[in-house]
Design a protein around this ligand. Sequence first.
Ligand code: ISL
Length: 540
Amino acid sequence: MLEKYKNSTVYQIYPRSFADSDGDGVGDIRGIISKLDYIKSLGVDMIWLSPVYKSPNDDNGYDIADYKAIQPEFGTMEDFDLLLKEAKDRGISIIMDLVINHTSDEHEWFERAKAGEEKYRDYYIIKKGKDGKLPNNWGNFFAECPWEPFGDPANEDYYLHLFSKKQPDLNWYNPEVYREVSEIMRFWLEKGVAGFRCDVINVIFKQSFADGKKSLVLTGKEHYMSTDGCHSILAALRRDVLDKYEAFTVGETVMVDLKKAYDLTAPERGELDTVFAFEHMECDQIGVKWFKTRFKPKRLMTVLTKWQTGLDWNTCYFENHDQPRSVTRFTKGGEYREIGAKMLLGLLFSLRGTTFIYQGQEIGMTNGAFESLDEIVDIESHNVDKMAKGLGIINPFRWRLINKTSRDNARTPMQWSAESGAGFTAGKPWLKIHPNYTEVNVERDLENPDGVIAFFREINAYKKSSDVLLDGSFKEIYRGRWVYVFERELDGKRLTAVCNFAPKRVRIPVELKGAVAVSNYGGGAGKWLRPYEFVLLENV
Ligand code: ISL
């Protein structure tokens, strides 16, 4: 149901790191409830809640052991119901994370499969090895082998796991899996959730299990990326379940190009409403995401323009729980942290599409300050370290690579105040809090009329009141080494967005006209743009 929700501003909450109400060092649902007024005050109207289901936490909740129960450290089902109600009372809808490519190996289905129940064995992808060899040569998202022995190794049975070995992939050939998942979706929709963010949704259906073309990243992916089978499942789920509740879906879709994203979201096909594509998140990497290269703003601009013009409706995001913090990644930070964070927000809200914000982005939180792998919890980072070690990469280099790319960079606890525990917890936080919390925190930012939050509120409110930003077309005017200028237009009304990605003054390369609508320095641009300046002009 895109029409109903497309103009929402969506705020992603990573529950573990958001707000801890009981002092156990882990964020929880009561903590989220206590911050709803704050979220509302930002002008947010939808929350995307990362998994809160029961989980052994191998992958922080993306390994689900019970889709209909709440993780005890997050609270109870009563807490969840209260969250839903309190959010609704404030005009905020909630979308849940739907993780249906895999379950946890501690899910009852997998446990019964292991205990020998044929019915449940068929819920998973279990294949025979051949003469001591694995069933195929596929790769794995978390830098490990995707096949793990199932039962007695002498039988040479293996189960597939595209992610960790505690995340066995579901067998979408089995109609029972479809039935179970539909029922789970109905369970949450009946409670009143507005829809789902669908985890790695374009890989759920494996069209074949043949060996893949050898590749640096994910050998075998051609057998499961956006397959026909996946399209059919998505259309069926929409028809059988989602449309009955006018639910909204955003699919996390890995390695999609424009054509694939179009096919997954084309209204006439009735599959997903929107997708998270990743090409712009790949603009500072070489091949795989663990190899970062120097950020060149022009590469980001090129990808943004490509998607803005190539797809009618995008999701616009710079951060989530898997990506480094945008202010660290796309600006020099330091003395430019606040102005840079505002420029990035200005750019994000000026693009055409549904805007997604990740917790902490509204105060310009930075990448974590980790000193060694011992401080990192993320399973992916630990696996990458093992893999890199296997390749003979020695330690200062391994750590440098992981420190930059670890998903924990975005998962450090939310910085609410300068008090100990950053106002996040009264206990020992599950992950190291960034020591800059004494300066970078919500309380302090709110005291500043020119703070990042104030700017966030301003640009968000402006977008919500502007037909041109909500519905207008996108046209690139200029893309240079540092400066990005584009125009949004609707019925002859125009807005021009100007962004300077340089930590220095840059001469404006094009002639700009119009009155300043929003600006991160206050006031308009002269002939020169100041470091990380953002201006939105109304062209009369
Ligand atoms: O870089 C990526 C895509 O280019 C990946 O981070 C990708 O988004 C990711 O591997 C898939 O992420 C999702 O599913 C995982 C979970 O660990 C992530 O947190 C979740 O966002 C497995 O469920």
